[in-house]
Design a protein around this ligand. Structure first.
Ligand SMILES: [Zn+2]
Length: 399
């Protein structure tokens, strides 16, 4: 009979701490595991040996600071995770293993007016095709991370009103996809997944407090506070696009006036250039022409940066993040938009709130959300399945 605080349960808790640290980091040296878990080097060494014997982790030689070290990652054969990202005009799917390797990835266009049933049908097909392409059995799938471009109600799991996929409001995306694939599905909005993607795989690696800003059809922020996504009880945290910048500004889709979104989102910004640059302009083209030196496009991108910077300054005053990562097409503008963001931050944030801040472009481009969906499964899956299948029923009680 196992009691809390017994040798066995303490040992089990230590195993879980090590697995959790490696699961989110991808790979760590034994010294890094000791730092991350607070366990002694000897305990980490014993636990890693046990996990390796059970097939839960793999150990490969590496070097850390010029010294030989051993890099520990979850076993690539321990299972696979799936990421599915629904965007405004695309569907993207990735298959990864627990060692943070992407095994297959594909994106296809999605009609914005497609019904949710059509959308999930396409996702089911693409997921099954990519799993087949990896040659790994579908029984190895641990879970699916699903990104949707709108707020998810934390209690009901339903998609809130969103003008981005108009026919989808009120559906439960996680139930829809789980019913089709027969595995657990974890769902979140695209800004939160972009934040997770950059945190685990990209420009946010190594920090614990980060805001990921995505400017596309709407403007949103994914917030990471002390290493965790912060969602708020209604799943609405990070709606930076609806900070009021001008009370008598244009009417926003939320019903207020002069929101940050009305100065930065494509549908408000493109009309400024359409009489001089043609009616079929896209944000991607504006960014490209700005990079090529077009003065009108440069001015518009700089103004967008200044306005985003006002929002980021508010974020700094409230949350004091150490890094802001800009995602979406706009990140391709590089310093043309990042410079004005930094200028506004230094103008409007209190100095101590912005002192440690770095503002960087996303490192993952359009893949941030789907990789974030993989990271969501890695963060939500728990360790019990992994340890129960790999370890003998009564693990030896050394610590
Ligand atoms: Zn608004």
């Amino acid at each position: 009979m196992e009691t809390p605080g017994s040798q066995t349960s303490l040992h089990r808790a230590n195993l879980e701490r090590v697995v959790r640290a490696v699961r989110m980091a991808g790979s760590l040296t034994q010294a890094e595991i000791a730092r991350a878990t607070g366990l002694s080097a000897a305990t980490v060494s014993n636990i890693v040996r046990e996990l390796k014997d059970g097939g839960t982790v793999e150990v490969t030689p590496t070097s850390a600071g010029g010294r030989r070290a051993r890099s520990v990652s979850l076993s690539g054969s321990a299972g696979i995770v799936i990421g599915v990202d629904f965007g405004h005009t695309h569907l993207r799917v990735a298959v990864g293993n627990l060692a943070h390797q992407v095994l297959a990835e594909e994106s296809e266009p999605l009609d914005v007016d497609a019904s949710s049933a059509q959308g999930f049908g396409r996702a089911e097909e693409l997921v099954k095709r990519l799993i087949a392409a990896t040659g790994i059995g579908q029984d190895k799938v641990i879970g699916v991370g699903l990104g949707v471009p709108g707020p998810i109600d934390v209690e009901s799991g339903t998609l809130g009103s969103t003008s981005i996929l108009p026919g989808w409001t009120g559906i439960n995306p996680s139930e829809e996809l789980a019913g089709r694939l027969g595995v657990p599905v974890y769902v979140d909005n695209d800004a939160n997944l972009g934040a997770l993607g950059e945190l685990v795989w990209g420009a946010g690696r190594g920090v614990r407090d980060l805001a990921y800003i995505k400017v596309a059809s709407g403007v949103g922020a994914g917030l990471v506070i002390d290493g965790q996504i912060y969602r708020g009880p209604g799943g609405t945290a990070g709606e930076i696009g609806h900070i009021t910048l001008d009370e008598s500004g244009p009417v926003c889709r939320c019903g207020n006036r002069g929101c940050l979104e009305t100065f930065t989102a494509a549908r408000y910004v493109l009309p400024l250039l359409q009489s001089s640059h043609g009616a079929d302009l896209t944000m991607e083209r504006v960014v490209r022409m700005a990079r090529e030196g077009d003065p009108g496009c440069r001015r518009v991108i700089a103004d967008v940066g200044r306005h985003i910077g006002s929002g980021v300054a508010n974020l700094c005053n409230l949350l004091n993040p150490s890094r802001v990562v800009l995602g979406g097409d706009l990140a391709e503008a590089g310093e043309l938009v990042l410079g004005p963001i930094r200028d506004s931050v230094s103008r409007y944030a209190i100095p101590s709130a912005a002192r440690q801040l770095s503002v960087l472009p996303g490192a993952l481009g359009g893949r941030a959300e789907v990789l974030g969906a993989l990271a969501l499964v890695l963060s939500e899956m728990g360790d019990s399945t992994l340890l129960d299948s790999a370890l003998p029923a009564s693990a030896p009680a050394f610590t």
